[in-house]
Design a protein around this ligand. Structure first.
Ligand SMILES: [Zn+2]
Length: 362
């Protein structure tokens, strides 16, 4: 490049790049940010701490020309303005939760991988029960995951934490079918019996699928608590709150398992008593009428968001249209939560330009 054009390029760079990086329309105020990225019935929840560390919980679906990794990278690079991912967490071994990792790892540097463990193929009988849904030895997604995460992967158990900087605390409240001990739990070590368990619905058969083995987390900043239970199902959710509430009261609830009715145990939802619910459903996945009805009648819930309208159910079995992020089937719009640096309050908005609604943390 001739010197004059090179100087002109440098001038333009100096003028415009700070404007792009700084307080553009999509830049959030400092604090803790949580983005529920639309991956059409999969899961991809990006958390950015006040120290600007990034944690992605689940990576959406594979294939589809890397639609989901591209959506994640767009938010990471162009909304949050980070150039890498610090922590990649996969809650369990279903395609809609870890399928995006192969594509994602080609687009962005990932420093640490966290999961519930991978099967040891030299112990096929023992691991058949622990890993009912794979990944099987010859599964291309499993092979891609092992390759991307090689020498950077750690297994999480109930009671573990993520090594994050600053004031934010993480609790792994369930992993591989076990729940956290009361003494380590975010609900406190009091061990008081939860009265809500007295009117719990009848127990269902234990779920043998990988859903019940999902990693589940509480993230805490001051008074603010966020829970993401992956795809945990009824009896595991009940074990988290009965006989003792190990979770405590929650401000922000990622509606479990895309809002499916085999998850979102009524006693669990009653006990964690969320203020805001965000459902990562797709137009034809999740958003069961029983879950929507349960959320609507839960007295603690002040606002209930969905990524999509369930197109197979009526308006009364969906959230208020103003609280649904995507109006068309292709979607792509995220829901963003910004938590004040001291955790005292949080605001929720749809996309970069949505009207924020603010709530006090409890
Ligand atoms: Zn799922």
């Amino acid at each position: 490049m001739p010197a004059r054009r090179s100087r002109l390029a440098a001038l333009l760079f100096a003028l415009f790049v700070p404007a792009l990086m700084g307080a553009g329309p999509s830049a959030a105020p400092p604090g803790l940010d949580i983005y529920f990225i639309d991956v059409l019935g999969g899961a991809a929840t990006l958390i950015v701490t006040p120290e600007r560390e990034s944690i992605l919980i689940d990576s959406g679906w594979p294939n589809l020309e890397d639609r989901d990794p591209k959506r994640i990278v767009h938010v990471l690079k162009h909304v949050v303005h980070l150039d890498h991912l610090d922590h990649m967490v996969s809650t369990h071994w279903h395609t809609d939760h870890y399928g995006g990792i192969e594509g994602l790892s080609k687009m962005v540097r990932i420093e640490h991988f966290w999961d519930r463990g991978l099967p040891d193929y030299s112990q096929p009988n023992e691991d058949a029960a622990n890993f009912p849904d794979g990944p099987k030895e010859n599964d291309p997604l499993g092979i891609a995951y092992r390759k991307a995460s090689e020498s950077k992967r750690k297994t999480l158990k109930a009671g573990d934490t993520l090594p994050l900087k600053g004031e934010i605390k993480t609790f792994v409240i369930a992993a591989s079918g076990r729940v956290i001990d009361a003494k380590d739990s975010p609900g406190g070590a009091s061990g008081t019996r939860n009265a809500a368990c007295d009117h719990a619905p009848p127990d269902t058969q234990p779920d043998r699928s990988d859903n019940a083995r999902s990693l589940a987390f509480v993230f805490r900043l001051g008074k603010f608590d966020f829970v993401d239970c992956g795809d945990l199902t009824w009896m595991m959710e009940k074990a988290l709150v009965c006989p003792v509430n190990l979770v405590g009261q929650i401000d922000l609830y990622q509606v479990t398992h895309h809002g499916m009715g085999i998850s979102n145990h009524p006693t669990f939802v009653e006990s964690i008593a969320p203020t805001v619910a965000v459902m990562n459903n797709g137009p034809r996945k999740g958003g069961s009428p029983s879950t929507v009805v349960l959320l609507n009648k839960t007295p603690s819930i002040k606002a209930s968001y969905q990524l999509h309208r369930n197109i197979e159910t009526g308006p009364e079995e969906n959230a208020d249209p103003d609280m649904i992020a995507n109006k068309n089937l292709e979607g792509g719009q995220y829901i963003q939560v910004n938590v004040a640096p001291d955790g005292s309050k949080f605001s929720v908005r749809i996309g970069p330009d949505g009207e924020p609604k603010t709530f006090a943390s409890r």
